[in-house]
Every structure is written in structure tokens, then in C-alpha cells.
Write a protein that binds this ligand. Structure first.
Ligand code: MAN
Length: 575
């Protein structure tokens, strides 16, 4: 009964607490009055007080004056055995106000604050657990507990009011985000439309430039081909002339006596004709080279002999001029033979005093490595020979290089180059626009919340640093981790999807496919979002190896507006 009056008083106090909440409080006052009235009648008829530790809700279950049925229905006991400090019910329900039962629950009414249950083992244990002091018996020697529920209630109310103020601020920011998000969406859609128009134009220009390019390239190709063909024909001619010269040189070289005919004995010095490899070229071997002829005139040599020996033939003159090492001692063997003047490394064996006669190719050559020449002079001569040889080789290469295009072709090439550059630029423009459209489409495909309220988080990153790492969240893009001591960033995942429960999808974000964890999964992050006045990464942890959890606060999730006076909430998302 006293309880009822208190609750009635409480309802009364709410009337004075707020005028805004008047309607609600009046309702609760009327309700309390009815309850009180009904209680007064019941108490008058039954007069069984609510046992200690029993909540108002459960009170009817203990109202029978004669019997009490254990709450699990397992047993019926006499009513006076309730709270007799002896446990009768298996579910401990007969001793809600004593510590006799092991599993009992004591209900603290805590009027003015929050009611709560405590285990009955804490009843009368010398420690104040309920703010209304109801868990400790009163009397002599008992601990004195003070009822501070009203103070706690007041502080809690204040805290909740502050919370509501912050959430309401967040709510206002969210409304702004929704506005921004919607504007951004329209802006992106408009940009795409504009870019599509631009692309159409750019594609037309590209097509035109392509046509112009082809038109410019056709005469260019024709002229270049003609130039090339001409050059190839010239090259053929050059090759044929060279070949003819080579044949003639070979003939002249082999015709040792200069009688205009090559005979087998003139081939004996050419080891390449040593068919059986016994070290000497026999008469028969030499004759076989001349296809059984005793001698071959230049025309026969050119037409019949040369084609079959040109692959084998080694010019002794060329052999000498090809030497890449400086002159040294004459080798053992057929002294005085043209190719015998081998040049070895200018090392220990090198004797500048030795005869290095090179078979008398030319007059100059006769004096090339004169007996009387000193070592330095011989080396100098050798160097000059090498340089000349290199120059010759270089000249040969140049001879075969394609000559520059004639002026008319050059003009055509220049025109085609310009057309090509124009086309490339037009193509680039079209591709750039295409890429911009794709980028925008990608951004538009991202689920930024039912009202685009998460849009302002796009293209932003937030960091949180703990003892070891700096964690980064770039919403709708990626998450990462970087050691505080320096070093590279490790990907903890890229944007995947919203992963909250169906009725509340937007409270969790999933980032997956991060850097693979050695002997483990690819790194991934779950971001848990909650309402806050600003965007802030509050915490980062790794509940399982390479599986991360971030806590993120954002106004985008402040969906509820609460009246701080009445506590009435407004959960509408619409602007
Ligand atoms: C790095 C970090 C840690 C992770 C280990 C796994 O040190 O990414 O978060 O647990 O690798 O080897």
C-alpha cells in the first residue's frame, strides 16, 4: 500500500517536471490511482503483504494466504513457509527475501532509479547492493544502508538528457547529410548525362580523325612501300655486284700464276679443300674441287665451280686481314705460306723481331711487319690496320641501310604523323570521358544508405592508433593497418557490403579480401557503427587472428530524435 502511494506520488512529481509531457504524466497518474484503488481493495480483503524480494509483477503469485506454489509448479507449500529462511522449492522461489536458497533472486524496487534483481546470496551479507537499501535487514548490528535511489535517478536522468541532446545533434547533422547525399546523387547523375553527351561528340570527332588518319596514311604507305621496293631492288643489285666481285676476287686469288685459269695445284694451300681431313690438300682433292677439270677459266669458275665452293672457300688474304690480334711469331708448318703469318696475343710468345710476312698481298703489306721494325712500331701498325678494318665494316653496314625517304614521301609522312597525333588526342579524350563516366557510375552504385546519408563519408578516411598500429577506415573504399614504428600499410580489406541484420542493415560494414594472413585467411574487417555527433574511429581490435573489428561513430546513424523533456521519440527518416 505504501508502495502504491509512493508510485502515485512519483506520477504526481512527473506532472510538475514537465508541461510538455503533461499528457503522458496525467495518464500515468490516472493509471496509478486505479492500481492504488484496486490494491486498497485487495489489501482490505486479503491483507497479505508482498513478501520481501518479490517484484510488483510477481506479487500476485504470493498473494494466497494459505498456500504458495513454487513458481516452477513443482511443489505446493504452506504460505507461511515463504521467506522462512529454509529452502523448500527447487527453483528457490519460496525464499526471495533470504539467502537460504542457492538460486534465489531478490528484487530491489529501487524506487526513483532502476529496479534490479540481485542473487539472494547477497541478501543481508553486510554489503549494500540495492540503492533503496532493501537487501540488508534493519535492526541492531545490521549495516546501515542509505537509500540514494533518488540521487542516482536524478544523475541518470541528467546523463540520459545529455545523451539525448547529443543524439539530437547527431540527428540534425544526419538531416544535413541526407540533404548533401541527395544533392550529390543528383549532381553525379547530371554529370553522367553531360559526360555522355560529351562522349558522343568526342566519338564523332574521333571517327572523323580516324578517317583523316586513314586518308593520310594511304598515300604515305604507298610512298613508303615504293621507296622500300626500290631500295630492295637496289640492294639486290648491290648484293649481286658484291657477289660477282667476290667470285672474281676468289678467282684472282686462286689463280696464283695469273694466267687466267685456276688449276688444281693452285688450290693446295687452301686447307678448306682437305676433304679427308688428313691435313693436306691432295691433287685429287684439288681436282675434285674443280669438278675433275685440269683447269678452269674465269667463266667456268664463276658458273660451275664457285657456286659449289663459295660456302667453304676461305680467302687467305681475308684470313690475314681478319686477324684481330697483333702479330707474333710465325707458326710452325709451311713456313712462308700466305696464311701462316698468324698473329697471336702480344704476350710472352710475342717476338717483334720475327718475320710476319703476310704473303705479299699488296705492296704496302710487304712492309707491314718489317723485320727491322721495333715492337712499338709493329703495334702501331697493327692498331691502324684494326681501325681501317672497323671503318670498312661500318661502311658496309651503312651501305646496306635504307636511304632516307625522298622529300615528297617526307611530306606525306609528316602529314600522316599530324593526322595520327590528332586521332590519338581524339581517342584519348573519348577514353578519358568514358573513364569518368565509369567512375561516377561506380560511385552511384555504392549503397550510401536509404537516404544517401552516408554519402559525406565517401572520399574521407579516419584513423585510430593503439599501442602497436594505426588503423585506417576509408568508408566505402578500404581498411588498413600501419605499424606505429613505421613500415608499409597492410590492407585489412576493401569495401564489401552492409552487414547488419535485415531490420538494421546499416549498423555494420564489411571489408574483405585484404592481405592474406600467413597460414590463415585473407584479412577482413567488420566495422560496427553507432550514432555520434561526429565521424570518429573509436576503436580497433583483432578478435580473431587477421579478422579485425572497428568501432565507428557517425551522425549518419542518428536516426532517432528524442524530446529531452518527455522522452518521446521521433524515428522518421524523411526530411
Ligand atoms: C601482422 C598484423 C597482425 C596480424 C599478424 C598475423 O603482424 O597484421 O594484426 O595478427 O600480422 O601474422
Amino acid at each position: 500500500m505504501a508502495t502504491c502511494v509512493e508510485e502515485q506520488k512519483d506520477a504526481m512529481s512527473k506532472i510538475s517536471f514537465s508541461t510538455n509531457g503533461l499528457k503522458m504524466s496525467v495518464k500515468s497518474y490516472i493509471f496509478m490511482t486505479i492500481i492504488c484503488f484496486w490494491s486498497v481493495i485487495s489489501v482490505a480483503t486479503e491483507s497479505v503483504p508482498r513478501p520481501r524480494g518479490v517484484s510488483l509483477t510477481n506479487e500476485p503469485l504470493y498473494r494466497d494466504t494459505e498456500w504458495f506454489t513454487c513458481l516452477d509448479g513443482s511443489r505446493r507449500i504452506r504460505r507461511n513457509l515463504v521467506n522462512d529462511d529454509y529452502c523448500d522449492c527447487i527453483d528457490s522461489s519460496d525464499e526471495p527475501g533470504t539467502s537460504a536458497c542457492p538460486l534465489g533472486k531478490f528484487h530491489c524496487n529501487n524506487r526513483g532509479f532502476r529496479p534490479k534483481y540481485i542473487p539472494t546470496s547477497r541478501v543481508n551479507d553486510g554489503i549494500c547492493d540495492c540503492c533503496d537499501a532493501s537487501d540488508e535487514y534493519k535492526g541492531e548490528g545490521a549495516i546501515k544502508c542509505v537509500n540514494n535511489c533518488r540521487e542516482l535517478g536524478k544523475a541518470d536522468l541528467e546523463r540520459r538528457k545529455q545523451e539525448i541532446i547529443l543524439m539530437n545533434q547527431g540527428f540534425e547533422v544526419r538531416q544535413e547529410y541526407i540533404k548533401q547525399g541527395a544533392e550529390k546523387k543528383v549532381e553525379r547523375e547530371e554529370s553522367i548525362t553531360k559526360l555522355r553527351e560529351e562522349k558522343e561528340l568526342a566519338d564523332q570527332i574521333k571517327e572523323e580523325k580516324d578517317k583523316l588518319k586513314q586518308e593520310a596514311e594511304a598515300p604515305e604507305t604507298e610512298a613508303k612501300d615504293a621507296h622500300k621496293k626500290l631500295w630492295e631492288a637496289q640492294l639486290e643489285l648491290l648484293k649481286a655486284t658484291k657477289e660477282k666481285q667476290k667470285t672474281s676476287d676468289a678467282f684472282d686469288e686462286l689463280d696464283l700464276d695469273g694466267n687466267g685459269r685456276v688449276s688444281p695445284d693452285e688450290l693446295l694451300n687452301h686447307k678448306e679443300f682437305d676433304a679427308d681431313g688428313d691435313g693436306v690438300v691432295s691433287e685429287d682433292e684439288a681436282k675434285a674441287v674443280l669438278k675433275g677439270l685440269d683447269q678452269a677459266q674465269k667463266s667456268t669458275f664463276t658458273d660451275i665451280i664457285w657456286p659449289s665452293i663459295k660456302g667453304k672457300f676461305i680467302s687467305l688474304q681475308q684470313d690475314q686481314s681478319d686477324e684481330t690480334t697483333p702479330p707474333t711469331t710465325q707458326e710452325e708448318g709451311d713456313g712462308g705460306e700466305p696464311y701462316e703469318g698468324d698473329m697471336g696475343d702480344p704476350g710472352d710468345d710475342y717476338d717483334p723481331g720475327e718475320d710476319v710476312d703476310d704473303a705479299g698481298d699488296e705492296e704496302d703489306d710487304d712492309e707491314e711487319y718489317d723485320k727491322d721494325m721495333d715492337e712499338e712500331a709493329i703495334m702501331e701498325k697493327y692498331r691502324r690496320n684494326q681501325q681501317e678494318k672497323e671503318k670498312k665494316e661500318k661502311g658496309g653496314e651503312d651501305e646496306e641501310a635504307m636511304p632516307e625517304y625522298d622529300e615528297a614521301t617526307q611530306v606525306l609522312i609528316e602529314a600522316a604523323d599530324i593526322a595520327r597525333d590528332d586521332f590519338k588526342a581524339a581517342e584519348k579524350r573519348s577514353n578519358d570521358i568514358k573513364r569518368s563516366i565509369e567512375d561516377l557510375e561506380k560511385l552511384l552504385r555504392v549503397d550510401l544508405g536509404p537516404h544517401q546519408e552516408f554519402q559525406p563519408l565517401q572520399n574521407q578516411c579516419f584513423e585510430f592508433t593503439d599501442r602497436e598500429y594505426t588503423y585506417k577506415l576509408c568508408p566505402f573504399d578500404k581498411t588498413s593497418q600501419r605499424p606505429k614504428t613505421g613500415g608499409s600499410e597492410t590492407s585489412l580489406g576493401t569495401w564489401g557490403q552492409w552487414e547488419g541484420p535485415v531490420e538494421n542493415r546499416y549498423i555494420k560494414m564489411k571489408y574483405s579480401g585484404g592481405k592474406n594472413c600467413w597460414n590463415g585467411p585473407d584479412r577482413s574487417t567488420m566495422v560496427i557503427l553507432r550514432c555520434g555527433t561526429e565521424n570518429k574511429l573509436l576503436a580497433a581490435s583483432e578478435p580473431e587472428r587477421c579478422t579485425y573489428e572497428f568501432e565507428f561513430e557517425t551522425p549518419a546513424l542518428c536516426t532517432i530524435k528524442t524530446d529531452p523533456q518527455t522522452g518521446e521519440t521521433d524515428n522518421h527518416d524523411e526530411l
